[in-house]
Design a protein around this ligand. Structure first.
Ligand code: DQQ
Length: 679
């Protein structure tokens, strides 16, 4: 399932050179709704919708979808004109907030029972507010990441596949570009890339969810029915669990949702805080008694994060089980818990994802993921699910959930997976927060992105981490590609790469590190480096940093660096770090700019490899086939539109690097438009 990063790494003898990639050029004309492909790299074959007696849309709805598709066909096949028609920043250099008092409210989340949701007013202290022009702000909107047409978006909710369509719901504020008034936005796709925005799925209209239709998950029952469980914030700001089902199961678009008469189906149990009880998971069948289980995150008075387990047969009545699925001291409130099986055996045709109810046993481990409210990062651990007592034990307690591995070492939160029965894969979405100020969000009129959907698999080579990789359909957006083979990057050098437009890119690079045995190892070894505490790409070490600069201007006054940094210890052992440096990503100061990153496992004989998706204000990076991932935001003021560039760099003092292979594709824009009736 994972596209082989090494597919083009074998041509050892390829000389230094730059050439257009002919295959890449073929995929310019990506599909429109309603089409799908799991092949990647090529425009998929056209596929008609397949209505069956149980899946026939009302005639009007189908007509509307087809009209929309036709309209899209006319406009597609060339990079989309976007950003409100602003083709060049210099066209629109009017200062966006000129003469406008932009009110930034104090924390709303905390008052309403969840934590603060965005970079707060602190970014505006001491007169840091930058004069963003309309052109700069318009450029920040992404081209192939899912985002609503306007306003605030946070967590992905209830992803599912139903009668030919992928459904994505999300936390949305219909009224403003800041968190609040939370409803469920809804969009559908044939291929996880191109989306139709649908009418709101659920709005706060009952006493039990009047303060917010919060996060939830979908379960597909064996007979095909969909059950949606979600959290409601009541009139009294109590967190309760709620049940909804499609009002018309024959509608593949699932336009209308019926909230259960039995709501609320769960209230906080004794001993659980009224605002510490949220985000029910997808249900799984316990094999010991063939009844359903769900888990819900919470915390105890000692500040341990924990996951409660409930048993149900009908999704209306529930029993709280005596044991917790898991608890970790000191981790605080667990939001958006996710729990799913992964296959630990490698298969000749490629690894596959597992459906949520696949029971524990040989070749199956279970992942627990939690979103830590304390630090707003998503942590996971791999372990064993004991179905007899509904408990889970991590493989390695030293990297237990909440204290060890993260899905992403940048900005990635409140994520959720679902099992895609068509692709036989587990797909992950995460909410990518803004790192600009709320003032800028209000000026630009939107805030929040979803990551590209990622397949999630066990890394059967290391046996100790997951692999995340953009779903293969992303490759259908690749247009003109360029290959650069065997480029030498000596210490202290910056190598420009002529790739044309550089705001929408898919980059795959493999580096050879020419290690000289005379390089002395440091006494502290791996302890001596920490991406976040370092000076980033500007800090020179013996064996790093080296990698790529994206969203850089010609003079390198703005740049986002994606890089490796090697450390050799006194015993000659190497440790590899993978980092992303946003410190110099923009000249503007009203931004939260950091260096992100962590260790990345590199096995004997492996090159260092990275895939980078650049999409305007987001840079998503995957090292070593997705063992370590970093997503950061960038809001350049100069490196935008035609001024965005890409460079290789090596800021190490004592190591020669060869970019053994490097491919860079310009990416088309995804087709993300409203469903006609929803405007
Ligand atoms: N977002 C939702 C909550 C969840 C939090 C509210 C995580 O249900 O815990 O918008 O970002």
């Amino acid at each position: 399932m994972i596209p082989a990063v090494s597919a083009f790494m074998d041509d050892d003898d390829a000389g230094i050179g730059v050439h257009d990639d002919p295959a890449a050029g073929e995929s310019t004309h990506a599909p429109l709704l309603p089409e799908t492909s799991l092949q990647g790299r090529r425009a998929p074959a056209r596929q008609k919708p397949q209505p069956s007696s149980s899946s026939v849309l009302p005639a009007i709805a189908w007509t509307a979808v087809l009209l929309l598709a036709l309209a899209g066909l006319v406009s597609y096949g060339r990079p989309q004109q976007r950003h409100g028609g602003v083709a060049d920043p210099m066209e629109d250099d009017e200062v966006a907030g000129a003469g406008l008092a932009v009110e930034v409210a104090a924390s709303r989340g905390v008052v309403q029972g969840v934590s603060e949701k965005s970079a707060g007013p602190a970014l505006l202290e001491a007169g840091r507010a930058f004069d963003w022009t309309k052109g700069m702000l318009a450029w920040q909107r992404t081209a192939f990441h899912f985002q609503p047409q306007k306003n605030w978006m946070n967590d992905p909710n209830g992803p599912l596949y139903y009668k030919g369509w992928y459904h994505l719901f999300y936390q949305w504020n219909p009224d403003a570009a800041v968190w609040g008034n939370i409803t469920w936005g809804h969009a559908v796709s044939r291929d996880l890339i191109h989306w139709l925005h649908l009418p709101l799925a659920m709005v706060p209209d009952h006493w039990y969810d009047i303060n917010g239709v919060w996060t939830g998950s979908a379960t597909t029952l064996p007979d095909g029915r969909i059950v949606m469980l979600y959290t409601g914030a009541t009139e009294e700001m109590v967190q309760v669990q709620l049940l909804a089902e499609p009002a018309d199961p024959s509608d593949p678009l699932l336009l209308r949702w019926a909230k259960s008469e039995a709501n609320p189906i769960l209230v906080p149990p004794p001993g659980v805080g009224l605002s510490d009880f949220r985000d029910p998971t997808t249900a799984w069948l316990n094999p010991t008694d063939s009844t359903w289980r769900i888990t819900i995150g919470s915390k105890n008075p000692e500040h341990a994060g924990l996951a409660l387990v409930y048993k149900t047969t009908d999704f209306v009545h529930y029993d709280l089980l005596p044991s917790l699925l898991h608890l970790v001291h000191g981790t605080g409130m667990w939001e958006c818990v996710d729990f799913y099986p992964v296959s630990t055996t490698s298969r000749p045709g490629g690894e596959i994802g597992l459906e949520t109810s696949v029971p524990p046993g040989p070749g199956v481990k279970h992942v627990v993921k939690v979103s830590l409210d304390d630090d707003r990062n998503d942590y996971y651990a791999i372990g064993t699910y004991d179905a007899k007592d509904d408990t889970w034990t991590p493989d390695d307690a030293a990297i237990d959930v909440g204290i060890g591995l993260r899905y992403d070492y940048g900005r990635f939160y409140a994520s959720k997976t679902f099992y895609d029965p068509v692709g036989r894969r587990r797909v992950l979405w995460g909410w990518i927060v803004e790192t600009d100020s709320e003032r800028a969000d209000i000026l630009k009129g939107w805030a929040g992105l979803q990551s590209v959907p990622r397949t999630v698999l066990m890394d059967t080579k290391t046996g100790s981490n997951l692999l995340q990789w953009p779903v293969v359909e992303v490759e259908n957006l690749r247009m003109r590609g360029k290959s650069f083979d065997g480029l030498a990057v000596p210490p202290g050098s910056v190598v420009p790469l002529d790739v044309g437009k550089a705001s929408q890119l898919d980059i795959e690079a493999a580096f050879q590190v020419h290690l000289d045995s005379s390089v002395a190892g440091g006494a502290e070894g791996a302890e001596s480096y920490n991406c976040s505490a370092s000076a980033g790409a500007a800090g020179r070490g013996v064996l790093g940093p080296f990698g790529l600069l994206v969203l850089a201007d010609e003079g390198l006054s703005e740049q986002t660096a994606v890089y490796f940094y090697l450390v050799k210890d006194a015993n000659g052992k190497f440790t590899t770090f993978f980092c992303q440096d946003a410190l110099r990503s923009s000249k503007a100061n009203d931004l939260d700019k950091k260096v992100y990153g962590s260790l990345v496992p590199v096995l004997d004989g492996e090159n260092l490899s990275v895939r980078i998706l650049v999409d305007h204000s987001i840079v998503e990076s995957f090292a070593q086939g997705g063992r370590t991932c970093i997503t950061s935001r960038a809001y350049p003021t100069k490196a935008i539109y035609d001024s965005a560039r890409v460079f290789l760099f090596n800021n190490a003092t004592n190591v020669n690097i060869t970019a053994k292979s490097l491919k860079i594709w310009e990416m088309n824009s995804a087709y993300i438009r409203p469903y006609p009736s929803s405007v």
